[in-house]
Design a protein around this ligand. Structure first.
Ligand code: SF4
Length: 361
């Protein structure tokens, strides 16, 4: 359908930009649409508040059964596990256990019609079997119009050469009906329905802080496709920060952020190449490094400057010899990572990016 991938990526970038630049207005409009559609909305600032609010909806003092269909279960939830029994989606699907609460993350919300969009969810056949459906929606993951969804859904899966639409897309625009099976001593099986109580959590989790930074704001275009994580050589070996987390974190922890960036990127630019919404990772990281360089004391600045200039120079390491000494110096303690870089054939570092910088100079 989409012949020119670069064109569709540019379109996706513009779609994300038009929402992010006017996020507050669109969020309020979306909230109103959801309320009109019979869906409750709760604004959540941080993870702790999220788990506390969901726990408050539990009807029993203990033994509440809950299933999570999330990339990772919030830490705070794990600490409060005395209040509930967690059932896996697999057990739930197989009818091995009844579950009252299901927590799932939406991929997108559509402002125009108040629709929630859930893509390839493991729990897709369980939405009508629970009393409460808790849907988490990151504040940045909305689109203005229904037609904006098409390119984003297309770019969500697959890779640069082989994109395709996801296999399963669920649209929710009002409470789903829960099917209740009541039997009379094993006879007269009867089915009735009642609406599933659907609550949407507008989840901030630092997004509004990033929004205030006019440069880093571009990182909010992210649609959580996971492609940058899969191509990041540092993340593959450290499992510390995905490229997008590295950019996000930079807004929060003033003391750790500089070292975090320096230690967790090679500025190889692989993430730039794969990002379907064209987030300019290396530009953002270099910008943050420069900012840090200017902010610290003179002594610290000299150290940072040396570090930084070496990282930029790394993109210009054309010979095996240069690369070897660079790696030896940069990764003296991380043998695993050093070995990985040594194994890479040239050109490993993003030569294109270094040319771009040169022409900008
Ligand atoms: S490549 Fe990374 S930053 Fe870009 S959309 Fe995917 S997850 Fe987000």
């Amino acid at each position: 359908m989409f012949q020119d991938i670069q064109y569709i990526k540019t379109r996706a970038n513009l779609i994300r930009q038009s929402y992010i630049e006017d996020m507050e207005k669109h969020l309020l409009a979306f909230e109103q649409k959801l309320i009109n559609n019979g869906i409750q909305v709760v604004w959540i600032k941080e993870e702790k508040e999220l788990s506390e609010t969901i726990l408050k909806s539990f009807s029993k003092p203990n033994n509440n059964k809950i299933a999570f269909d999330l990339p990772s279960i919030p830490k705070d939830f794990q600490e409060k596990n005395a209040f509930f029994k967690q059932i896996s989606i697999k057990e739930f699907e197989d009818f091995k256990d009844q579950v009252e609460h299901l927590v799932v993350k939406a991929n997108f919300g559509v402002v125009e019609n108040g629709t929630l969009v859930l893509v390839d969810k493991e729990s897709k056949s369980c939405f009508n079997k629970v009393e409460y459906l808790h849907i988490i929606l990151d504040l940045n993951n909305l689109v203005i119009k229904q037609s904006d969804l098409e390119p984003l859904l297309y770019l969500l899966k697959g890779d640069n050469n082989n994109f395709s639409f996801p296999k399963d897309i669920k649209f929710i625009s009002g409470p789903i009906s829960q099917i209740i099976n009541s039997t009379n001593f094993g006879f007269d099986e009867k089915f009735t329905t009642k609406p599933v109580k659907t609550i949407v959590y507008f989840y901030d989790n630092g997004i509004t802080t990033i929004l205030e930074d006019t440069v880093l704001r571009e990182s909010l275009y992210c649609i959580d496709c996971g492609k940058c994580k899969n191509v990041c050589p540092v993340y593959k070996h450290t499992q510390n920060f995905t490229p997008i987390e590295l950019v996000y974190n930079n807004c929060f922890d003033e003391n750790r952020k500089t070292t975090q960036i320096f230690e967790n990127t090679t500025l190889c630019g692989n993430c730039n190449e794969v990002c379907p919404v064209l987030i300019p990772f290396t530009d953002l990281l270099i910008f943050e490094m420069q900012k840090a360089k200017n902010k610290h004391s003179r002594e610290r600045n000299i150290d940072l400057y040396k570090y930084f200039s070496k990282r930029v120079r790394m993109n210009k390491l054309y010979t095996w010899y240069n690369k070897y000494f660079f790696i030896k110096k940069q990764y003296p303690k991380n043998k695993k990572l050093a070995n990985y870089f040594k194994e890479q054939k040239l050109p490993f570092f993003n030569i294109k990016m270094s040319h771009k910088n040169e022409s900008n100079d």
